[in-house]
Design a protein around this ligand. Structure first.
Ligand code: NAP
Length: 538
C-alpha cells in the first residue's frame, strides 16, 4: 500500500448508490464479513424510487415480482397493497428493508462519489466524494442505476422563463401545488404518460408537448386483500424460480405458439386475451416475433393502434396520439390508465412538436413555430442519459489512469455488463450490455447480478487473490455477441433511449442485452462454474 492510500480509511468494498441493487449488495457483502461503506447522493434509500417523486409515479411490474427474494421473513412481513404500487409504497418497502437489515449504519447519505481511481501497485480503488473525503477499497460496486442522470433539452431562452421548471427525476420532496396552474409537460415516455394522466384533472390548463407518440397498454391495477396476498405468498417459492427462467425476468414469457401458426382469428383472440391482462404481458408475454419480424410487428402494432384510437374522442387528436413511425415494442411500452382520456378533456391541449417545433423558452412559456404557450409551471419529462450517463460523469480511472469515459469514446464495451477490461475489481449493475439495462423486470436482474458479483468477490478473497478483471478477449467476444443479437432485432430501427439516440452525440447502440435474462443468467453461471473463465486474476 502506498503512503497516500495507507492514510485513508481502509474498506474491503465501496458500494455506490442505494437503490434496489446497492442495498442488496451492501447486505450481501456484509454477510460475507467484508467491511463495506455505501455512498448515496440522496438523503434516503430507494434510488429511482427516491428521486422520481413526480405525480403518478408507479411501477410497471407486478409487486409480487418487484421485490427481494433473499429473506423469507421479509417475504412474510411485507404486504403489497396492489398489483402495481405507487412510488411511495416501493420507497417504503426499500426503507423497510434498510431498517430490517440495519443497512443504514453503513450508508453515508447526502454524499456523491465524484471520482474513483485504481492503483495498480496496491490493486485497490481510491474513492473520492463531494464532501472532500477519500477512501481506499479493494472492491468497487457501481449500483448507480441505468436511468439516473436526467436530461433537460437545452432550449434557447431557458433562463428567461419566469415560471417554475421541474424535471420529473428531481421532483421536490415537499411536492408542488399544481392546482389552478397552467402547466406544460414536455415528453410522453413512461414518465410523461404517468404525469399527464395524473395531473390533467388537477390543473387549470395542461399543454402536452409531444415529439413522438408512444404505444401504451392499459394498466389493470386491482387492490390486494389478505386472501389475495396469502394466495400470492403461497406462490412466492415458485415465482422466485420462475422469474429467473423467463426472457424478461417476469412471471410471464413469450408463448410457444408462432404467430404464423395461428389463424387470423386465433391471433386476434390471443392478442385480446393478453391485452385484457392489463400488464406488460401483451409485450413480453405474447409473440417473440414482435422483436424480429417487421410484418408481424405491424399486425400487432395495428391491433394496439386501434385500441388507442377507440379511446380518443377527436379523430384529429387521435391522429397525433397514435404512433405510426415505429413498431410496437421497439421502444419501452408504458402501462397507462387514464392517459388518452386526459386528451378528451377541455383543459388539455396536445402540441405536436414535430409539426410545430419548440423554438425557445420565453418569459411566459414556450414558443413553438406556431405560437406561444403561456405557462406557470413547465415539467420536463424528458428522460435520462441512460446506461452510460451516470458512470461517465464520475471520474472513474482504471489501469494507466484511463478514464472510463475515454475508454468508451470509441464505443461502449463491457463484459456481460458486469465489468470493463482495464478496471479490475470494479463491478457494475444495470450497466450496458446486460438485460438489466432495459429488458428485464429490474429486481430480477439486479438480484442476479449482485449475487454473481458477491460470489466473484468471495472467490477472489477465498483464493487469496487481490484482483479480478475481465480479459480484453472475453470482452470483445461478449460485445460481438451483444451486437449480433441486437442487429437481429427491429429495435435499432427505432429512436429511443434504448439506442441512446435521445442524447445528442451519443452513437446509436442498443444498450441492453436482448438475448434474454434467462440466457444471460446461464451465461453468467457458466463463467462462474468454469472458475471465472474470461477473467484474469492476480
Ligand atoms: P423517455 O422514455 O426517454 O421519454 C422522454 C420523453 O421526452 C420522450 O417523449 C421524448 O421524445 C421527450 N423529449 C426529450 N427531449 C425532447 C425535446 N427536446 N423536445 C421534445 N420532446 C423531448 O424518458 P422517461 O419517460 O423518463 O422514461 C425513461 C424510462 O424510465 C422508461 O422507458 C422506463 O424504463 C423507466 N420508467 C418506468 C416507469 C414505470 O415502471 N412505471 C415509469 C417511468 C419511467 P422522443 O420520444 O421524441 O425522444
Amino acid at each position: 500500500m502506498n503512503q497516500v492510500q495507507s492514510s485513508l480509511q481502509q474498506l474491503d468494498a465501496v458500494v455506490v448508490g442505494v437503490g434496489f441493487a446497492g442495498l442488496y449488495q451492501l447486505h450481501k457483502l456484509r454477510e460475507q464479513g467484508l467491511s463495506v461503506r455505501a455512498f448515496e447522493a440522496g438523503s434516503g434509500v430507494g434510488g429511482t424510487w427516491y428521486w422520481n417523486r413526480y405525480p403518478g409515479a408507479r411501477v410497471d411490474s407486478q409487486s409480487y415480482i418487484y421485490q427481494y427474494w433473499f429473506s423469507d421473513d421479509l417475504l412474510k412481513e411485507w404486504n403489497w397493497s396492489e398489483r402495481f404500487p405507487a412510488r411511495e409504497e416501493t420507497e417504503r418497502y426499500l426503507n423497510f428493508v434498510a431498517d430490517k437489515f440495519d443497512l443504514r449504519e453503513d450508508i453515508q447519505f447526502n454524499t456523491r462519489v465524484t471520482a474513483a481511481t485504481y492503483d495498480e501497485s496496491t490493486q485497490r480503488w481510491t474513492v473520492t466524494t463531494d464532501k472532500g473525503e477519500s477512501f481506499s477499497a479493494q472492491f468497487l460496486v457501481m449500483g448507480t442505476g441505468g436511468l439516473s442522470t436526467p436530461m433537460v433539452p437545452p432550449f434557447p431562452g431557458h433562463d428567461t422563463f419566469k415560471g417554475q421548471t421541474l424535471h420529473t427525476a428531481h421532483w421536490p420532496k415537499e411536492g408542488v401545488d399544481l392546482k389552478g396552474k397552467r402547466v406544460g409537460v414536455i415528453g410522453t415516455g413512461a414518465t410523461g404518460v404517468q404525469v399527464i394522466q395524473t395531473i390533467a384533472d388537477q390543473v387549470k390548463h395542461l399543454t402536452v408537448f409531444q415529439r413522438t407518440a408512444n404505444y401504451t397498454i392499459p394498466m389493470l391495477n386491482p387492490k390486494y386483500d389478505d386472501a389475495m396476498r396469502a394466495s400470492l405468498r403461497a406462490q412466492y417459492p415458485a415465482l422466485k424460480e420462475r422469474v429467473q427462467n423467463t426472457f424478461a425476468g417476469f412471471d410471464y414469457d413469450f408463448g410457444d405458439k408462432n404467430f404464423h401458426d395461428l389463424t387470423p382469428e386465433e391471433r386476434q383472440r390471443t392478442m385480446q386475451t393478453l391485452w385484457e391482462d392489463g400488464s406488460l404481458n401483451f409485450w413480453i408475454g405474447g409473440f417473440k416475433e414482435v422483436f424480429f419480424d417487421e410484418a408481424i410487428n405491424e399486425e400487432i402494432s395495428k391491433f394496439v393502434r386501434q385500441r388507442i384510437r377507440e379511446r380518443i374522442k377527436d379523430p384529429k387528436v387521435a391522429d397525433k396520439l397514435v404512433p405510426t413511425d415505429h413498431g410496437f415494442g421497439t421502444r419501452r411500452v408504458p402501462l397507462a390508465t387514464l392517459y388518452y382520456e386526459a386528451f378528451n378533456r377541455d383543459n388539455v391541449l396536445l402540441v405536436d412538436t414535430k409539426a410545430t417545433p419548440i423554438e425557445r423558452m420565453t418569459e411566459k412559456g414556450i414558443q413553438t413555430s406556431a405560437g406561444e404557450h403561456e405557462l406557470d409551471i413547465l415539467i420536463f419529462a424528458t428522460g435520462f442519459d441512460a446506461g452510460t450517463g451516470t458512470l461517465t460523469r464520475i471520474d472513474i480511472r482504471g489501469r494507466d489512469g484511463l478514464l472510463l469515459k475515454d475508454a468508451w469514446a470509441d464505443g461502449i464495451r463491457t463484459t456481460m455488463g458486469l465489468q470493463v477490461h482495464g478496471y479490475p475489481n470494479m463491478f457494475m449493475t444495470m450497466a450496458p450490455f446486460s438485460p438489466a439495462a432495459a429488458f428485464c423486470n429490474v429486481p430480477t436482474c439486479l438480484q442476479q447480478q449482485v449475487d454473481w458479483i458477491t460470489d466473484c468477490i468471495q472467490f477472489v478473497r477465498s483464493q487469496g487473490l487481490k484482483s479480478i478483471e475481465a480479459s480484453a478477449e472475453a470482452e470483445a467476444k461478449w460485445v460481438a455477441h451483444h451486437d449480433e443479437l441486437a442487429n437481429l432485432t427491429l429495435i435499432p430501427k427505432t429512436k429511443s433511449w434504448y439506442m441512446g439516440t435521445n442524447v445528442k452525440g451519443k452513437p446509436p447502440r442498443l444498450l441492453a442485452y436482448v438475448g434474454g435474462a434467462n440466457v444471460y443468467r446461464q451465461a453468467c453461471d457458466d463463467v462462474k462454474a468454469r472458475g471465472y473463465e474470461g477473467f484474469t486474476t492476480a
